[in-house]
Design a protein. Sequence first.
Length: 387
Amino acid sequence: MNRDQFTILALTAGWTLIVALLGAAVLWRFRRKSLRITIIVAGLVPMLGALAAVTQSVQAMFISAHDSLVVLWTLAFSGLLGLAMSVLLGHWISTGSRDVGRRLRHLGTSYEPVEGIANVPAELAAITDELEMTRQKLAASNERERALEASRRELVAFMSHDLRTPLAGLRAVSEGLEDGVIDDVPGALRQMRATVDRMTGLVDDLFELSRLSAAPPPRRRSAVSLRELAEDVVGESCEHARSEGVSLTVSTPPDDDRLAVHGDADELTRAVTNLVGNAIRHTERGGSVRVMVAREDDGRVRLAVTDGCGGIPDDDLDRVFDIGWRGDEQRTPADGLATSTSTSSGGGLGLAIARGVVESHDGRIAVTNIPGGCTFKIELPPVTTTA
């Protein structure tokens, strides 16, 4: 490298360093300003550095005025093009950033969709997509919370109604006994005992539902034969079905050891009992309730309870398992001290408890309408065996 080349290199490096330091100072000064200004400054600094270095190099090389002017005009137009590109890029990015900020502000106040800008950089587009997914999750969570709150209020109202009526009956009977106006004292005492049992059933249902909702530590679970469980529940419910004038039958594959599931026998028995009791109560006299256990093609064990209730309105199918929901138009028995064979019939909690038990066993529960009635289906994963 000769002396002239070294001189030109030194001048270029020096002016480039000076402009770079000035550009860094300007960037630091505007570090909290708009991103558009930062991008424009970042685009101008290299162009100004090149212009200063070329100007000094041209003077050092003693190039003619005409040639110097051509070089400077070329650099000027290149600088203008770079400045325009920097302004456009800054506008593009700052617009996308404002859109992200608008989405963030909207996310804290509303769950409605937000119209966004389509032409944004990929990084900002990824952020807006994540914000949209977050908005959808929050909207779904807010909807579930509102539905849960409405269900909770409905449950409180229903339980207050269901408890107030038998309490009023107990008060009337106790006052009658106290005043001596009731002749059949043993009958009145039996009636009071039956009412207390019914109220105890309501309280037990509330306790069971709260226990399932609290997600306690998993209990010890073992292999449970769903076939034997169904047969036991049907045997225990035969008297209830007979008193209601309903035929109750069970259908299970004979000697099928593949109908075992992994779970808690008491909880599963309660869930199936609730389904069977619900089917018996809503089947008209002379109708039939069928319980069937089978193994699906995917290996899951299915238990189905089919009744003759006449079907469930389509608008109510999604609410069947809600807490406190009940398909009866009249919630209260004819007399304040009427009892129910099933302890889960009083507060509309039986199906909600059944769903909680099934879901705690990693299973699924659903209801579908059939001609003349409906079918409740429980699907549970089978017991896995290892060689």
